[in-house]
Design a protein around this ligand. Structure first.
Ligand code: 5AD
Ligand code: SF4
Length: 438
C-alpha cells in the first residue's frame, strides 16, 4: 500500500481541490497519512495570494529535500496557485520536486505520478485552455459538512490580485451538476455545504442564457437533508437585487454574507479596479439587511494599497464605523509581481501599513464585541462541529451567521447535531453558551 500526505495552504478553493486530489489518489489505491516522514507521495497544494503565503511554501519545500535524499522513490508534487504562477521555475528553485501541476489540471494527478515512476523525469502540466470544468468527485474531510465549487477563475482583475492570473477566466459548473452533487451529499447525511467561487455573483454568466447566482440559489432550495448552504465570495459589483431576493426567500441559505469592500475610499477603489463606489456598496447592503432576515455581514479590507493617504485610510475607518461589520478580515497590501499595483508609484512604507492595520483592528474588534454582546441571553441553533482545539472540556459549533459558539462537552452530543444554545457570554471572536434541552 502506498501512502500520500497532502498539505493545503490558502483559501477554501484549495481545500476543495485537495479533497478532489485525495479522491483520485484513493481510487488507485493510495491511503492517506499524517506522517510526512514516511509518505510515498507528498503534495503541497499551494497559495500565492500574498507574499507570506509563498515564502511559507518555499520554506517547506526546502525542508522536504532531506526526505527525498533518504528515499529516492519519494514523489513530491506542487499543485495550486504557486505551481501555476511559477511553472517550470519551481524545478529551478527546487530540483527535488517531481511534479508541478497547475490549477486547471488536478484531474491529471495519477497520470503524472505514473510518468514520474516510468521516466524519473520532472513532470509539468500548467495548461489553462480548458473551457469546461471537469466533474471531479471529492473525498470530504468531514461527515456533515462539504465544500462545493460552483466555478473556477475570476474575470475581475483587481489591480492587486494574482488570482485571475493563476486561476484563469471564469468557468461555471452547470446548475444540474451542482444540484446533483448537493442532492447526493444530502442523501449521504451531509447537512451543511459551502458553495465556492472567487466571485459567486458572476456564477453562470458565462453560459449566456440568463442563468445567474439567483437561479442556482433557487435550484438548491429544499434539497432533502441540506440544512445550511453557505456561499463565498460575493462581489459588490455583480450582486444584484434579484440575487439578494433569492437569498432572502431561500429556506436553507445561511444568514452570513461575506461582502468584501477592500477600501472605504472611492479613489482607492478606482485604483484597485473595483468598479463600484462606497455609496453603491452601502445601498446594496441596506437592501441585504432589509431582505435577508438577521443577516450577519463580514468583509475583507486591504490597508496600504499604493497611493493610500491618511485621508483615504480615515475613510476606511469611517466606513467600518458606519457599516458595523460583524467581522473584518484585514490584510496588509502585498506586492504581487505581474499585477499592475506592483509597479504603481507611491508604495506605502511597511511601518505605515502596520500602524494602519493595528488601528483598523482596534476599531473593528470593538464593533465585533458590541455586536456579539447583542447575542447574549438569546438562543441560536448551532451545528456541533466537535471538541475545541484549546480546551477539551469544551465543544464548539457555528450559528447560521457563522458565529463560533463554545459550550461544555455533553455526552448526549454528537458531531453534526443541530442544537439550540443559549448565549451566556460574548467575546470578540467567540461566544460561550449552554445547550438548551428540548
Ligand atoms: N495583498 C493583500 N491582500 C490581498 N488580497 C488579495 N490580494 C492581495 C494582495 N496582493 C486579499 C483581498 C481578498 C482576500 C482574499 O485577500 O482582500 O478579498
Ligand atoms: Fe482577486 Fe478581485 Fe477576482 Fe477577488 S474579484 S479574486 S480580489 S481579482
Amino acid at each position: 500500500m502506498k501512502s500520500y500526505y497532502i498539505y493545503t495552504y490558502g483559501c477554501q478553493m484549495n481545500t476543495a481541490d485537495s479533497e478532489r486530489l485525495s479522491h483520485q489518489l484513493e481510487m488507485v489505491g493510495y491511503i492517506p497519512t499524517e506522517e510526512v516522514e514516511t509518505a510515498d507521495l507528498i503534495i503541497l497544494n499551494t497559495c500565492a495570494v500574498r507574499e507570506t503565503a509563498e515564502t511559507k511554501v518555499f520554506g517547506r519545500i526546502g525542508e522536504l529535500k532531506r526526505l527525498k535524499q533518504k528515499n529516492k522513490d519519494l514523489i513530491i508534487a506542487i499543485t495550486g496557485c504557486m505551481a501555476q504562477k511559477n511553472q517550470a521555475d519551481m524545478f529551478k528553485r527546487a530540483p527535488h520536486i517531481d511534479i508541478v501541476l497547475g490549477t486547471h489540471n488536478i484531474q491529471h494527478i495519477n497520470e503524472m505520478i505514473d510518468e514520474v515512476q516510468r521516466t524519473h523525469q520532472h513532470q509539468i502540466n500548467v495548461d489553462m485552455d480548458n473551457t469546461v470544468l471537469p466533474e471531479l468527485k471529492a473525498k470530504p474531510n468531514g461527515t456533515f459538512f462539504a465544500w462545493v465549487p460552483i466555478m473556477n477563475g475570476c474575470n475581475k482583475f483587481c489591480t492587486y490580485c494574482i488570482v485571475p492570473h493563476v486561476r484563469g477566466r471564469e468557468i461555471s459548473r452547470p446548475v444540474e451538476a451542482i444540484v446533483k452533487e448537493v442532492t447526493e451529499l444530502g442523501a449521504k447525511g451531509f447537512k451543511e455545504i459551502t458553495l465556492l467561487g472567487q466571485n459567486v455573483n458572476s456564477y453562470g454568466l458565462d453560459f449566456k442564457n440568463g442563468t445567474d447566482f439567483g437561479t442556482l440559489v433557487d435550484a438548491l432550495d429544499g434539497i432533502p437533508g441540506i440544512e445550511r448552504i453557505r456561499y463565498m465570495t460575493s462581489h459588490p459589483q455583480d450582486m444584484t437585487k434579484s440575487m439578494i431576493d433569492a437569498l432572502g426567500r431561500s429556506s436553507n441559505i445561511v444568514t452570513h454574507l461575506h461582502l468584501p469592500i477592500q477600501s472605504g475610499s472611492n479613489r482607492i477603489l478606482q485604483k484597485m479596479n473595483r468598479h463600484y463606489t462606497v455609496e453603491h456598496y452601502k445601498e446594496l447592503l441596506e437592501y441585504c439587511r432589509k431582505t435577508i432576515k438577521d443577516v450577519v455581514v463580514t468583509t475583507d479590507i486591504i490597508v496600504g494599497f499604493p497611493g493610500e493617504t491618511d485621508d483615504d485610510f480615515a475613510e476606511t475607518l469611517q466606513l467600518l464605523k458606519d457599516v458595523r461589520y460583524d467581522m473584518a478580515y484585514t490584510f496588509i497590501y502585498s506586492k504581487r509581481s505581474g499585477t499592475p499595483a506592483a509597479t504603481m508609484d507611491e508604495q506605502v512604507p511597511e511601518e505605515v501599513k502596520r500602524v494602519r492595520l493595528q488601528q483598523l483592528m482596534d476599531v473593528q474588534n470593538e464593533i465585533s464585541l458590541d455586536l456579539n454582546k447583542e447575542m447574549e441571553n438569546h438562543v441560536f441553533d448551532i451545528i456541533v462541529e466537535g471538541p475545541s482545539a484549546k480546551d477539551e472540556t469544551m465543544w464548539f459549533g457555528r450559528t447560521s451567521g457563522n458565529k463560533m459558539v463554545l459550550f461544555p462537552k455533553d455526552e448526549s452530543l454528537a458531531v453534526g447535531m443541530t442544537v439550540p444554545v443559549y448565549i451566556d457570554k460574548a467575546q470578540t471572536w467567540v461566544c460561550y453558551g449552554t445547550i438548551q434541552k428540548r
